[in-house]
Design a protein around this ligand. Structure first.
Ligand SMILES: NC(=O)c1ccc[n+]([C@@H]2O[C@H](COP(=O)([O-])OP(=O)(O)OC[C@H]3O[C@@H](n4cnc5c(N)ncnc54)[C@H](OP(=O)(O)O)[C@@H]3O)[C@@H](O)[C@H]2O)c1
Length: 323
């Protein structure tokens, strides 16, 4: 169990070290991009035992194989985590892995559209399977994106809905965009809307409130130079990579407050996981703007309780769980 925490704890003196006990953390997406920076910082903090779910061996923390394109792999991972930890509870769960794809033609072994399956469905299952293993006052950080909100004018096709059935099977969506790239963008932004809605459902759950979890949907802003564009077209990959270089990235970040460096995004994610950055009362959506954590409202769709509830229930059905 985490020690009692207060917003008054000084930020340069982690409250976790005052508790004197090692934290146990489970993370996805710690092998590249800003997640790798977070993972390294978490392990260097000296206070955390970090278990990474990863497709390949890692040099930080302990890794357990996890491919989020297979729900069976998620089940096996959750079992391995619980076996390895025994009675030791998980203090922080960080769901950071994610993909953006050039279209929606890909299907996972379970038959679901890949972006939705990796970014939302597999992570939903992981959350459900690890919920009983979380400590009282655990921290759950779910990686979302400002692109889920049309008001941010992020340049990607915004989500039209959070209907799990249609997102899992976009060919059944009568209003789908038939342009491959736009459909791929929509799948990505919709999956991030699903993440924000999952955070809403989770934080409102009576059991979660009793156990005093901290739930945060984290929008890191736009972070160039990560591996996220690796499946996109060659020109987009080059642009993504060039804009992530210091010579271009630094001046751009001065102009556009949505842009953040990998270091800033990764360190802030680690701060959230460590409890060094905490939400004001009643907030679950965090957006990194010009390296500062802000707590705005998520999109209008992401604030709708009936959507959050329907998504939770439909996702449970798709992964074979009861509500
Ligand atoms: N970069 C941005 O501008 C931005 C903005 C908003 C939100 N985000 C979100 O932030 C998160 C990290 O993004 P990033 O930009 O740092 O991208 P990244 O460098 O591509 O990192 C993605 C991470 O997810 C892992 N991953 C992908 N598919 C997986 C799978 N099937 N099974 C297990 N792990 C898988 C990757 O593992 P491998 O190393 O094996 O590929 C990697 O560790 C993502 O959720 C992304 O959507 C990014």
């Amino acid at each position: 169990m985490r020690p009692e925490r207060s917003n008054k704890d000084p930020v340069d003196e982690p409250w976790i070290s005052n508790g004197g006990s090692m934290l146990t953390m489970v993370m996805t997406g710690g092998t590249s991009g800003f997640g790798a920076i977070s993972a390294e910082r978490l392990t260097l903090s000296g206070n955390a035992r970090l278990i990474l779910g990863a497709r390949r061996p890692t040099s930080v923390g302990e890794s357990i194989p996890l491919d989020l394109t297979e729900l069976d792999a998620v089940r096996a991972f959750a079992t391995s985590v619980r076996d390895r930890l025994g009675d030791t509870p998980v203090d922080a769960l960080v769901r950071n892995a994610g993909v953006i794809l050039p279209d929606v033609t890909g299907r996972t072994v379970d038959g679901f559209e890949t972006t939705f399956a990796v970014n939302h469905l597999a992570h939903y299952l992981l959350l459900r399977l690890l919920l009983p293993a979380l400590a009282d006052r655990a921290i759950v950080v779910l990686n979302t994106s400002g692109t889920h909100d049309p008001a941010n004018h992020a340049g990607l096709a915004p989500p039209r809905h959070a209907d799990a059935e249609l997102l899992a099977h976009p060919d059944r969506d009568p209003d789908r965009d038939t342009r491959p790239r736009k459909a791929g963008e929509h799948a990505y932004t919709a999956s991030k809307l699903c993440t924000a809605l999952t955070a809403r459902s989770l934080s409102g759950d009576p059991d979660v409130q009793t156990r005093r979890f901290t739930v945060v949907a984290y929008d890191p802003g736009q972070v160039f130079g990560t591996g996220l564009a690796k499946d996109l077209s060659f020109p987009l990959r080059i642009a993504w990579s060039l804009l992530g270089t210091p010579v271009l990235g630094w001046p751009l970040r001065r102009i556009n407050r949505n842009l953040n460096s990998r270091t800033a995004a990764g360190n802030t994610l680690a701060d959230l996981a460590l409890g060094l950055a905490t939400p004001p009362n009643g907030r679950t959506y965090a957006a990194l703007r010009r390296t500062q954590l802000t707590w705005p409202d998520p999109s209008e769709l992401a604030r709708r309780d009936e959507l959050a509830q329907a998504l939770w229930n439909d996702s449970a059905r798709l992964v074979g769980l009861s509500d």
